[in-house]
Design a protein around this ligand. Sequence first.
Ligand SMILES: Cc1ncc(COP(=O)(O)O)c(C=O)c1O
Length: 337
Amino acid sequence: MPLRVEYDLRPFRPSGPPTLWRYAAVLPIEPRHAVSLAEGFTPLLPAGDGILIKDEARNPTGSFKARGMSLAVSMARALGAKALLAPSAGNAAGALAAYGAAAALPVTVAMPEDTPRAFVEECRQYGAQVHLVPGSIADAGKWLKANGPRDAFDVSTLKEPYRVEGKKTMAYELHEQLDGKLPDVIVYPTGGGTGLVGMWKAFDEMERLGWIGKQRPRLVSVQAEGCAPVVKGFEENAAKTEPWPAPATEAYGLRVPSPIGGFICLTALRETHGTAIAVAEREIVPAAQELSRKTGVDVCPEGGAAWAATCRLRANGWIRSGETVVVFNTGTGLKYR
Ligand SMILES: Cc1ncc(COP(=O)(O)O)c(C=O)c1O
């Protein structure tokens, strides 16, 4: 069962430089002890018709994974870890390698062998040990368990509680950037689900802080048809996700066949009256290009999937005209090309 950080919440106002450390009052470690590369406070850019793009490509190492790894590495170092490891679809490995370098802690990562080269080179650039493994991130995780360094602390998705704390700051930023309001709908490409789980947790904290009422943005989980355990679980009204056999998609961050937090994603989608959408593989890259050409934002395949789902939900009326919609571009597209 994933651990969840609880706070004795006290009133606060965000303050300080434009990074996620503006929300230090709801983070587990003080900024002076943090391993930080100035992550967070990414821009919210207009894409027309009330749609806003939260551009996470602007983070260090080019993805929202920087948020989680800043917190996870800060806490691991503070609690005495001497080395770090994680399996990854690509972006988390790059972020862990960079934050490990900033913390002077050795890093070992394992990734599927078909992960685009740029992710592998990036990790080596920061001095990480990289292992390429046949199969998906699940196989990379098994490989590390059997063969990884024994003394390294495992910062896999939801196996420690602090990556979620970093990712929840995306929701705090939306509240601040939208002048104390939240959007009606949030469209989020979902793999392991930490971003979704983190934002859902942040809304609870905001309610307890008195910042918002009971109403929540409707959360939309977007997956690829070739790996859609959360969508299947949602459609079947299941309590938990089932492992997806033979996961396949070039939106590599979505190729997570057995998300540990799948059951939490399903609860978050239902409680917020959200939904889950699977996008066909052939839609993903053209949708990423369409959004890039419309906005000038460097859109990754996962962001393309989110855009394709947004267009579908607009067309079928699930997103109503006049609603404020935030679509997450979770990373840079450059490393996939
Ligand atoms: C670009 C990108 N988008 C989305 C995801 C999925 O993120 P989460 O694990 O928070 O669901 C990943 C994970 O690897 C990713 O790299």
